[in-house]
Every structure is written in structure tokens, then in C-alpha cells.
Ligand binder design. Sequence first.
Ligand code: SAM
Ligand code: SF4
Length: 327
Amino acid sequence: MAVDRFGRNINYLRISLTDKCNLRCVYCMPEDMAFQPNSDLLQDEELLTLFDLFVELGFRKFRLTGGEPTIRKNVVDLVGGMSRRAPDSEISMTTNGILLDRLAQPLREAGLARCNISVDTLVPERYEKITRWGSVDQLMAGIHATEAAGLLPIKLNSVVVRGFNDTDDAISLAALSLENEWHIRFIEMMPFGEVAGFQQAGVVPEEELRATIESELGPMDILNGGRLVGEARVYQLRQAKGTVGFISSVTAPFCAACTRARLTADGKLRLCLLQEAEVDLLTPLRAGATQTEMIELIRESIWGKPWGHGLAQNVIPLNRVMSQIGG
Ligand code: SAM
Ligand code: SF4
């Protein structure tokens, strides 16, 4: 078991499979984003070696992310390798969904449990504007393939950006929960690196968004007694098959209940998404550190996990953007 100095049991690892992406979402990375050379990134064997160490330390929830995890070569084999090594762990993925029409079934067969798919709008021109390069048809084909493959429940993540998708798009996305057993989750935009100014200006607080949705689709009932489900506060429209959730890391931080760590594609352990501190795992691994030494390094790093983010004090991480950390 790995605990931090505040007594939190850290057992959920988000693993970034790559810093690269087949889209360029405006809130995530600039269009001319520079990527790291592959030799600086964790190779398959290195990734699986580190995975084993986290399992040894009691981690049982793993989420593959990026960049875009589905563009990693061998992604299906990697999922297979992880699920064979940790059959009692849950391995899930956060993806833009563009490649799921052909990958959902093989990923399911390899042992993936479920997918969170990012969908910021259903209007083709706006989707192209937000993602710069994406196609809604491809995305929808991916969502349906994911459902058909049984990667359930389907969670659809929408980052809300004021002026882009905070009104009719949010309403159309919430309305998807009426007919589908899909769980739509609206995520407050978080500030990173050079694009922090744009991101801070574009945050739409949960309350405002909820009011917008309810004004069009009617009242939503709060579920789970208002307690968070994972990181989301979850509501349901009357007669809906799915739910509508709000992940409000900026206006209502959930740091006290955080059980996460992140492994970046270049092998750094990051204990808080919104704090710059990282511990390099790749260099000692390549230098031949023993399993015991690596486990001790990870255990100590987890002990030092920051309490939480400092957005309220205007502490903004500048060393990386979201795609380089693993959202
Ligand atoms: N490419 C995959 C995807 O888009 O789902 C996985 C990586 S992406 C960085 C993970 C999640 O982070 C996505 O849901 C994305 O919308 C979200 N995200 C990206 N930039 C963000 C920001 N500045 N604030 C909040 N969420 C952000
Ligand atoms: Fe790519 Fe995901 Fe970032 Fe969009 S949010 S640019 S899909 S990594």
C-alpha cells in the first residue's frame, strides 16, 4: 500500500502512453505543438516494468491516457500485457474516440474495462473548430463501436469553454443522456502553461452550466446524496437513461479525496496534475536501479504528494500542458 503524509491511500495511476495526438484541441495544445522524440519516452518493456511496481505497491486502478492513447503503437498489446499482469485491476482509457471504431473491440478483448470519450460538441463545424482537425462522424462511430464492444458504462467528457460550447452544445450533450445510457460529464477548464490565460478566461462554473441545461431540459435530480461519484457531482434529468455530471476541479476542488498519481509518457511521476513537481523514474530505471530501489523511490515520492492545487492562490503549472501530463 502507498500512502501520502496526509493519510491518503494512493492507488489510482493515470498512465500517459504518448504525448502525441491526432487532434489539437484549443484548450489543450497549440496547433504547432512540439513533441518529444520517441527515445525520450517510456518504451513498452519499461512501461510494463513500472506498471508491475505500481501493482506491487497496491495500485488497482489504471487509466491510460495521453496525448491520445489509441495512437500508441501496440496499444492493444500493452493493454493485454497489463491485464495479464494485474487481472484484479481495472484498466480503463480516456480517449478522443476517433480511432475507437476499429480499436474498441480489440481493446475489449485485450482486457480494457471501459472508456471515457471526449466530446465537446455535436455540431460538425464546431467540433472541427475546437479540435482543429476532428470529425464528428468518426467520433460518433467510435462511441457506438465502444458501446457495441461492451466497454461500459460509456462516459462522455466535455470540457466547457465559454463562448465555444457553453450554451446550446452543453444542452445537446446533456440531452444525449435522455435516450442513451451514457454519462455526460462537464469538466471545468484548467489552466496550464502558455495557454493559461485563455483557459482561465474561459472557465464556466458548474452552477451556471447547470442552470443553462435546466432552463431547456427541465430539472435535474441530484444523485448519491450530493456526494461525489469519483470526481463528479452527478445529476439526472427526469426520465433519463443516463446521467449528467460536473467535474469542478477549479471552483470546487476535491483534493482531500484524491487517490491519484500520474505517470507521464517520458517516465516522470507527477503527484498532482496542477503542481509542477515531478520525480524522474525513467533515468534510474535505465541506469539499472533494482526493483527494491525503484519501489522505495516511488513510495517516498508518493509520501511527498502535495496536499492539493493552488489555483485559488494563482499557482499555475507552467512546465507542461495537459497532453504532456496525461489528463
Ligand atoms: N486525448 C484524450 C482525450 O482527449 O480524451 C486523452 C488525453 S486528454 C489531455 C484528457 C482529458 O483532458 C480530455 O477529456 C480533455 O478534454 C481534457 N482536457 C484537456 N485540456 C484540458 C484543460 N485545460 N482543462 C480541463 N480538461 C482538459
Ligand atoms: Fe488531443 Fe485529447 Fe488534447 Fe484534444 S484533449 S488535443 S484529443 S490530447
